[in-house]
Design a protein around this ligand. Structure first.
Ligand SMILES: Nc1ncnc2c1ncn2[C@@H]1O[C@H](COP(=O)(O)OP(=O)(O)OP(=O)(O)O)[C@@H](O)[C@H]1O
Length: 853
């Protein structure tokens, strides 16, 4: 057993000129003691601590390493586990101590160098060294050698103890290789700027070296039991993140979150140290599992390891509280004892060699042509392994959850069963109560009949008392049976309200109740009925449970109802919204449907205008049979035909979209015919014109009388041109109208489809709403049924209570009457005996006769 080695290191003030004394106190370092002093030099009592080492501001990393950690590091080469960690508030110099600077290397660098130096000096052993570097950031373990390895899980096994699954381990053969790897790892570390430190570590880092060694001559010596032992030691070099006061660091956002995680894990570390510093007896459970840091450092804290802690403190008076805290932590840590042993594994003699060979082989392969592929493969395998492990963990969690819920379900079912049992017991007991009451009533009825019959066992005498001769033991027997019932007494509590004979007769309608019928009532304790409330405790409990259950059911149903009502309101709102949309669409559809109508109207007005124009034109023509007249009438006919075709098509479109499309070719055919006719008219007109011109040319030189004809020919040419233009314009208009019609038709079709979809949606929603309404009404009915059931049960309960009350009253009254009867009987007996005595005294023969009867 050996104690943990604890040292304090005071960093220099942040700026050299800064005075660490503000209000008159400062830390003073003397040998291995640190204490708080007043400015004039006197120590402040109670604030003085002694440690294994206390390093002042002037101390170098080299000295810290030599005094505090060198031995531990060298012991690791000999097979002892070792851990060095730096603890302290933020900006107190932990990273400076562990990592150092370019000129003044920290503990890690020096340790790496020393280890390899020592290894080279030990010629009789062969070594295999693996290194890994991880950080715990926001309570998640990340691999600093492989950024892709994030959120690694911690596992525990018999052979490996606590280990981080999936962490990359590099096999190294010299110090430079390790330092290079560390340099690479540093890049991946989380640093951040705070008010306290421009480069504050935001994570705990653990640099780990696993040192395996074995005697070189192990195989040749033949002594496998001792020399074949493989020593495996683990060296952890830990740079903790610093505890921080949020007010001082000014952390917010990500920094704040990090700070919280840092403080929490350090607090757990403090708890572990506290527990360990207590005596073994008081110690109890050590909460290693509360944080990843303590779980990983478990062997170093109270386990099989040599441990050194370097606590760094800031000298400024501003940080006095934090420094005191760190010193107290260090004091407690000083009390911890570890039990370090050389870790020797007696294993297969060739294991190390084989592993080394395999590793060498792999390395060669990696360096060879397939290096990249193999590297990828290894990486993939590692990732797969990690994935499987994570998956397994997830499944384990799920299984746990499932088991838990299964258990809960079981429990629930059991509870339900108990409730059902209780309910059925309550129901059957109330049934049996009712039965017994019925039986009692029946019993009374039988007794009534017996009493009124000639064979009555209890014959009333003049005093109305029963004769005991017929069955002298009947009463006693029944009474004794009666009295066997526990805590049961038919006698009233007191005799203050003893009824007189009249009351007795009135009460029992002249009959004595059969005590057996009373016994038939299950053994309920009459006396246990409270005077005010006669409901027995047993039943009340059951009913209470039942009422509670019903209440709960009622609440559940009410909740369900509310939920459904809420849903219903939502659905109604949605429904209203959809209805609004549908009515909008309907309105739109109506408007679109009106388009052909409007087109028809505008076409009619176009046709009217066209008609007017044609009539005006025709009025200019000399007569109908003239070529112009013919031309105009043909044009007008074509125009009207076109108009009527167009109107027909629009009308068809309005009535029936399908037949409209089918008639399209017919209309086109019509147009074709008309245009042919127009063409032939124009051609005939043109030829007539030609002839007229020829005639004019021929006649003109002979006589000037054909001048008029000549002028008419010119006029008709200009008319022809105009009409041609007009016709073209009409055709264009027609085409435009057709296009518009087509477009409108398409719109109509689209909106029809939309309308259909909306209508479908509307019906689906309507159905949903209806089913919801059904559910609401169903649950309302359920609610009502449950409420009615509850009411009925409460009524039954009250009736039952009332019956019991009456019964108890009857029993009391009966008891009173019985007692009175008994008294009468006793006095009658006394009288009778005294009479017999008298008779005996008067005449012994008469007496014996009297007794014989
Ligand atoms: N002993 C020392 N000598 C000289 N400078 C030091 C010493 N200790 C710390 N410093 C300086 O103080 C500053 C803070 O140190 P460092 O980053 O090591 O603190 P830390 O405790 O690791 O802080 P954090 O917890 O925030 O990471 C650095 O600039 C560092 O160089």
């Amino acid at each position: 057993m050996e104690k943990i080695c604890v040292a304090i290191r005071v960093r220099p003030p942040v700026t050299a000129s800064e005075d660490t004394t503000i209000n008159g106190t400062h830390w003073k370092v003397e040998e291995n003691r640190i204490s708080l002093h007043k400015s004039h030099g006197s120590p402040i009592s109670g604030v003085s601590y002694a440690f294994d080492h206390v390093f002042d501001e002037s101390c170098t990393n080299s000295r810290v390493y030599e005094l505090l950690t060198k031995d531990l590091i060298l012991a690791a080469v000999d097979g002892f586990n070792g851990t060095v960690f730096a603890y302290g508030q933020t900006s107190s110099g932990k990273t400076f101590t562990m990592n150092g600077t370019q000129n003044d290397g920290g503990i890690i660098h020096r340790a790496v160098k020393d280890i390899f130096e020592k290894i080279h000096m030990i010629s009789e052993r062969e070594f295999l060294i693996r290194v890994s570097y991880m950080e715990i950031y926001n309570e998640e373990i990340n691999d600093l050698f492989a950024v892709e390895n994030q959120k690694l899980p911690i596992h525990e096994s018999l052979e490996r103890g606590v280990f981080v699954a999936g962490l990359k381990e590099e096999i190294v053969s010299n110090g430079e290789q390790v330092l290079k790897l560390i340099e690479g790892g540093e890049v991946n570390r989380h640093f951040g700027e705070t008010n306290m430190n421009a480069r504050s570590s935001r994570s705990h880092t653990i640099f780990r070296m696993v040192i395996e060694s074995k005697r070189k001559d192990a195989n040749s010596s033949g002594d496998y039991s001792t020399t074949d032992a493989v020593r495996v030691s683990v060296l952890n070099l830990v740079d903790l993140a610093g505890s921080e006061r949020i007010a001082k660091t000014g952390a917010g956002g990500v920094r704040l979150k990090e700070g919280k995680y840092i403080n929490k894990s350090l607090m757990i570390l403090g708890n572990v140290i506290n527990k360990l510093s207590e005596g073994a007896k008081q110690r109890g459970h050590i909460p290693y599992r509360d944080s990843k840091l303590t779980r990983i450092l478990q062997p170093a804290l109270g386990g099989n390891a040599k441990t050194s802690i370097i606590c760094t403190v800031a000298p400024e008076e501003l940080h006095i509280e934090e420094t005191k805290g760190t010193l107290q932590f260090a004091s407690r840590a000083k009390r911890i004892t570890n039990c370090a042993q050389v870790n020797e594994i007696l294993s297969d003699a060739a294991l190390l060699k084989r592993q080394k060979l395999e590793i060498e082989e792999l390395r060669k392969k990696l360096q060879g042509s397939r290096a990249e592929v193999l590297e990828q493969e290894i990486l993939k395998l590692r990732n797969d392994m990690l994935k499987y492990e994570l998956e397994r963990e997830k499944l384990e969690m799920e299984l746990k959850e499932e088991r838990k819920s299964h258990k809960e379900r079981d429990q629930c079912i059991k509870e339900q069963q108990v409730k059902i049992d209780n309910l059925s017991t309550g129901a059957s007991s109330s049934d049996s109560d009712r039965n017994s009451i019925q039986e009692q009533h029946d019993g009374r009825q039988i007794l009534k009949e017996e009493l009124s019959g000639s064979n009555s066992v209890f014959k009333s005498d003049v005093f109305g008392t029963p004769t005991f001769k017929a069955d002298s033991n009947a009463f006693v027997g029944k009474r004794s049976n009666y009295s066997r019932l526990p805590d049961f007494s038919p006698l009233p509590d007191n005799y203050t309200n003893v009824a007189d004979e009249d009351t007795w007769l009135k009460m029992n309608k002249g009959f004595i109740a059969d005590l057996d019928s009373i016994q038939m009532t299950p053994a309920r304790k009459v006396q246990s009925f409270p005077s005010g409330d006669v409901t027995p405790g047993y039943s009340t409990e059951n009913y209470k449970v039942e009422v509670e259950t019903l209440k709960r059911q009622l609440e559940l149903v009410l909740e369900e109802k509310n939920e459904l009502e809420k849903k219903h309101v939502e659905q109604s709102q949605l429904n209203d919204h959809l209805m609004g949309e549908i009515s909008e669409l309907k309105h739109e559809a109506v408007l679109i449907r009106e388009i052909p109508q409007r087109l028809c109207e505008s076409m009619a007005s176009c046709r009217d205008i066209y008609k007017d124009v044609m009539l005006t034109l025709q009025s200019f023509a000399p007569d109908e049979d003239s070529s112009i007249g013919k031309f105009l009438s043909t044009t007008s006919e074509i125009g009207f035909t076109l108009f009527s075709n167009l109107e027909k098509r629009v009308a068809l479109a309005m009535d029936d979209h399908k037949s409209f499309n089918e008639n399209d070719s017919l209309v086109q055919e019509n147009c074709k015919v008309l245009s042919e006719r127009l063409k032939s008219t124009i051609t005939s007109l043109a030829s007539a014109e030609k002839i007229a011109v020829q005639n004019k040319e021929e006649k003109n030189p002979i006589c000037g009388s054909t001048y008029k004809e000549c002028t008419l020919g010119e006029e008709s040419a200009s008319w022809k041109e105009k009409l041609g233009d007009e016709l073209g314009a009409i055709k264009e208009k027609l085409q435009a109208l057709e296009k518009e019609l087509e477009h409108n038709n398409q719109l109509l079709k689209d909106s029809g489809e939309r309308h259909d979809n909306m209508e479908r949606d509307y019906w689906v929603l309507k159905e949903e709403r209806d089913s919801l309404l059904d559910k609401v009404s169903e649950s309302s009915q359920n609610l009502a049924t449950v409420a009615v059931q509850k009411e009925n049960i409460l009524k039954d309960l009250n009736i039952e209570a009332e019956r019991r009350k009456n019964l108890e009253k009857e029993i009391k009254q009966f008891s009173v009457a019985f007692a009175s009867r008994q008294r009468s009987f006793t006095s009658f007996q006394g009288e009778f005996l005294s009479k017999v005595e008298k008779l005996r005294a008067q005449s012994p023969i008469a007496a014996s006769e009297s007794l014989g009867c």
